[in-house]
Design a protein around this ligand. Structure first.
Ligand code: SF4
Ligand code: SF4
Length: 189
């Protein structure tokens, strides 16, 4: 059992460890992750701080921060972690738990990033790949930022950077099946 003091059980740490498969307790606060992370300057709390907050059971503060939403899952941090902690998996676990437990940040940036995640996953579920033009349009509509990057669109279209049409991948059906199976496995956890 993981305890905070003599009595209190750190259920937050246990939930994160279970979900991520990592052992956050192994972190000895060297700070290598924070100094390597390319987006740590944008985070409310750097990866090292997030690890410590989890160890201290600071669930609310962790869930309401923007750190996990800025994480790119690039794994630069875990590549340098002397304790071999899978930090991107920890960030991913926080994102999942935030959604499952229905926490909502008031930050517009976080709201927009969450919308981007949702739309991207919808595209993959529907077509088996990203459909850039539709994704841009849906993102602008859902974030009520109707003309965002519109000035770039004609140039990108002319250069063929953004294809007008789209085709689902051959494996779109199999990818949909994967989503279904992943959903079932998540419910069993
Ligand atoms: S690099 Fe690893 S041990 Fe060091 S602070 Fe980050 S998570 Fe902790
Ligand atoms: S995986 Fe996330 S936390 Fe780690 S270095 Fe990349 S962006 Fe930063």
């Amino acid at each position: 059992m993981i305890t905070l003091g003599l009595e209190e059980k750190n259920t937050f740490l246990e939930a994160i460890n279970k979900k991520s498969g990592a052992n956050v307790l192994n972190c000895y606060q060297c700070g290598k992750c924070a100094s390597t992370c390319p987006v740590s300057d944008y985070m409310d709390f750097r990866p090292r701080e997030i690890m410590q907050m989890i160890k201290l059971g600071m669930k609310e503060e962790t869930y309401m921060s923007n750190s996990m939403w800025f994480c790119l899952t690039c794994a630069a941090c875990s590549g340098r972690c002397p304790r071999e902690i899978d930090i991107p998996a920890v960030m991913e676990a926080i994102r999942h738990l935030v959604i499952e437990e229905n926490y909502r940040s008031t930050s517009k940036k976080v709201k927009d990033i969450r919308k981007f995640h949702e739309i991207f996953l919808e595209m993959i579920k529907r077509y088996g790949r990203n459909y850039e033009l539709r994704m841009m349009a849906e993102f602008n509509i859902r974030t009520r930022n109707f003309f965002k990057d519109m000035n770039l669109a004609p140039k990108a279209l002319l250069k063929g950077k953004i294809p007008l049409g789209h085709e689902s991948t051959k494996s779109a059906k199999a990818i949909r099946k994967m989503f279904e199976l992943a959903g079932k496995l998540e419910k069993r956890k």
